[in-house]
Design a protein around this ligand. Structure first.
Ligand SMILES: O=C[C@H](O)COP(=O)(O)O
Length: 318
């Protein structure tokens, strides 16, 4: 992970002035989708890069130690050895960026990754994921327990209520407390953008989250009715850029929720490249939060290498 974002004092003057031009953002997002993304010859390399930026996720009520074990195995061997050999990448130690689980499954994940001899971080969601409707003290305890169990990254969810009622100071204070409870663990702040009501609120919540010291801002929990969309992504990336220009601190971006295809992954990578440049195209500053993206990426890499499509059952479970 890159250097921590120390944050800054809440600048309410800045927040209150913001007005996002929604039609312009939507038009721009549509143009991005219709553009051809990555040249064919470069696709496999870009897809491998996407793999290294995935937070491989399981956030289900029926998660058990054994499916966590399988998830961790997949995170440490995301692409089959044979494919990597053909691409001459088998000795590059390709893994996903992290695994992302519920707090109660952090210890299982640490154990599984240790058994695999792999040091990728475990990210834990916290603060009453996904709705964030739990008392503050419970949220803080949840963060501390996940960190004690070994999580090196914490994906907190904000109180959408505070955004919808314009309580920017309350939001700032709450996120500051989360940041303190995280200690050395990096903090990703999930905005739940599908529930924020407007793109202006998305920009304001992004900015407050960064002012309060978030190391990453993340679109969604994957549980809202609308998750990661390109218009929302654009607004959040512009906020990251504005924050960088103002403070010199680089904050990461994590689109999450509903990202299922290799094409989706490439579109997000291209958006990052266009808006923030190559510097941001690394796991320290870019993550894709996804539970079921890897299978399609592996299938597309297989196609690139062999000229044929593999049946899903011929590839390892993802
Ligand atoms: O943070 C990650 C998301 O919960 C994953 O959502 P997904 O299951 O739609 O890929």
């Amino acid at each position: 992970m890159s250097a921590r974002n120390p944050g800054m004092e809440l600048d309410l003057g800045w927040i209150s002035k913001v007005q996002v031009n929604q039609p312009a953002v939507i038009r721009h997002a549509e143009q991005i989708q219709t553009r051809r993304t990555v040249k064919k010859d470069w696709q496999a390399a870009w897809l491998l890069r996407a793999v290294t930026c995935i937070d491989l996720t399981t956030l289900s009520g029926d998660d058990t130690p054994s499916n966590i074990h399988r998830l961790c195995y997949k995170a440490t061997h995301p692409i089959s050895e044979d494919l990597l050999r053909v691409m001459d990448m088998h000795d590059k130690g390709i893994t996903t960026a992290a695994v992302c689980v519920y707090p109660a499954r952090v210890a299982d994940s640490i154990k599984a990754l240790k058994a695999a001899g792999c040091n990728i971080p475990v990210a834990s969601v916290a603060t009453g994921f996904p709705a964030g409707q739990t008392p503050l003290q419970t949220k803080l305890d949840e963060i501390r327990i996940a960190v004690e169990d070994g999580a090196r990254e914490i994906d907190i969810v904000i109180s959408r209520t505070l955004v919808l009622t314009g309580q920017w100071e309350g939001l700032y204070e709450e996120i500051r407390q989360f940041r303190q409870a995280c200690g050395d663990a990096h903090m990703k702040t999930i905005l739940g953008t599908g529930e924020l009501g407007s793109l202006t609120n998305v920009y304001k919540a992004s900015m407050v989250a960064m002012m309060a010291g978030s190391d990453f801002i993340k679109t969604s929990t994957g549980k809202e009715a609308v998750n990661a969309t390109l218009p929302v992504g654009l607004v959040m990336l512009r906020a990251i850029r504005d924050f960088y220009w103002k403070t010199g601190n680089k904050v990461g971006f994590k689109p999450a929720g509903g990202i299922r295809t290799a094409k989706d992954a490439l579109t997000w990578l291209m958006l990052m490249k266009e808006e923030l440049g190559d510097e941001w195209l690394k796991p320290e500053l870019f993550r894709l939060g996804a539970s079921s993206l890897l299978a399609d990426i592996e299938r597309q890499i297989y196609h690139h290498v062999t000229g044929r499509y593999a049946a899903y059952h011929n590839l390892a479970m993802a």
